[in-house]
Design a binder for this molecule. Sequence first.
Ligand SMILES: [Zn+2]
Length: 129
Amino acid sequence: MAKPGVIGFLISTFGLSCPRCRKADLFYYPVLRFKKLYKMKSECDYCGQDFEIEPGFYYGSMFISYIISSFFMLISFGIIKFAFKLDVWTTFGIVMALLVLVYFYVFRISRSLWIHFFVKYNPKAVKKQ
Ligand SMILES: [Zn+2]
């Protein structure tokens, strides 16, 4: 059952669900299936919400991705550098390797956050026939 409010928003955003009904997925496959990682549905299976609201809608999500990646790098750099007392270049290499590992999840979270900013939650939303 989809939850309303901030908790529901966070669960829906990080769970990569439709922002309107919060029941169906935004992407065809889970990120760990490594299959068509970029492939996004054109509309919601449950409520029919259009996921490509206008041409180039997801350009803005690149800024979200940039912010998330930057914070991820800063925080992981700090933790690795001071917890393991490694030199700067080794730490940088590890951080870059970690960033490659989380890249697709960051990509998806950015798109999910972006569409969640623009589409309001409507628990009664159903697909029109
Ligand atoms: Zn939906």
